[in-house]
Design a protein around this ligand. Structure first.
Ligand code: AMP
Length: 194
């Protein structure tokens, strides 16, 4: 059986987590959010959590070595055999290139890369209303800057290597889900079992 690999790109507040969760349920594959894993590790004060905390609170990227170990361990688990949705990883070119190598090693691949597009002004409003600990005005500014400098270049990275779909995220969650479902249904490689 082939696995379904899906990557969500897009700035903080674009709706990656919400959409990834819905799709993961529909496709019955795990939703892997590096941000969520880090928040849990911080809450549980694990050694990863202690190392990651200051970066997360400042809106900076956590050092690559921590994240790469985490992803290697997570994608190595049995529940990813039928596929996975990555939300919040990769966040820079080093991570993307590591992921390419890791997937090759695991005989898997990213079938679809989704870029959720939302204007900055809307992102700030959304993030401020979400009220997470790293959703203060100052941290949001830094996270958007980090996104533009380090993560946005991945749009071109994936445009050249994989199927990249840009989806208008400035709509109701239901309409965004509808677009994403259509994209998934249009994947010939993913419909062989249906
Ligand atoms: P998120 O929930 O995806 O917005 O992530 C929250 C925070 O966790 C980010 O602002 C980063 O500090 C950290 N983080 C999450 N994913 C990554 C990653 N792939 N690389 C580095 N830092 C990350």
């Amino acid at each position: 059986m082939t696995a379904t690999g899906l990557i969500f790109l897009g700035p903080p507040g674009a709706g990656k987590g919400t959409q990834a969760q819905v799709l993961a349920q529909a496709l019955e594959i795990p939703h892997i959010s590096t941000g969520e894993i880090l928040r849990q590790a911080i809450a549980q004060k694990t050694s990863l959590g202690k190392k990651a905390q200051e970066y997360v609170e400042r809106g900076e990227l956590v050092p690559d070595d921590l994240i790469l170990n985490l992803i290697r361990e997570r994608l190595g688990r049995a529940d990813t055999a039928t596929g996975w949705i990555l939300d919040g990883f990769p966040r820079n070119v080093t991570q993307a290139s590591f992921l390419d190598d890791l997937l090759e090693e695991l005989s898997q691949r990213a079938d679809v890369v989704i870029n959720l597009e939302v204007p900055d002004s809307i992102l700030v409003t959304r993030l401020l209303s979400r009220g997470r600990k790293d959703d203060t005005e100052e941290t949001i500014g830094r996270r958007l800057q980090v996104y533009r400098e380090q993560t946005a270049p991945l749009i071109d990275y994936y445009r050249h290597r994989h199927k990249l779909y840009s989806v208008d995220g400035d709509r109701t969650p239901e309409l965004v889900t509808q677009s994403l479902t259509q994209i998934m249904e249009a994947q010939p490689s993913l419909n062989s079992q249906n």
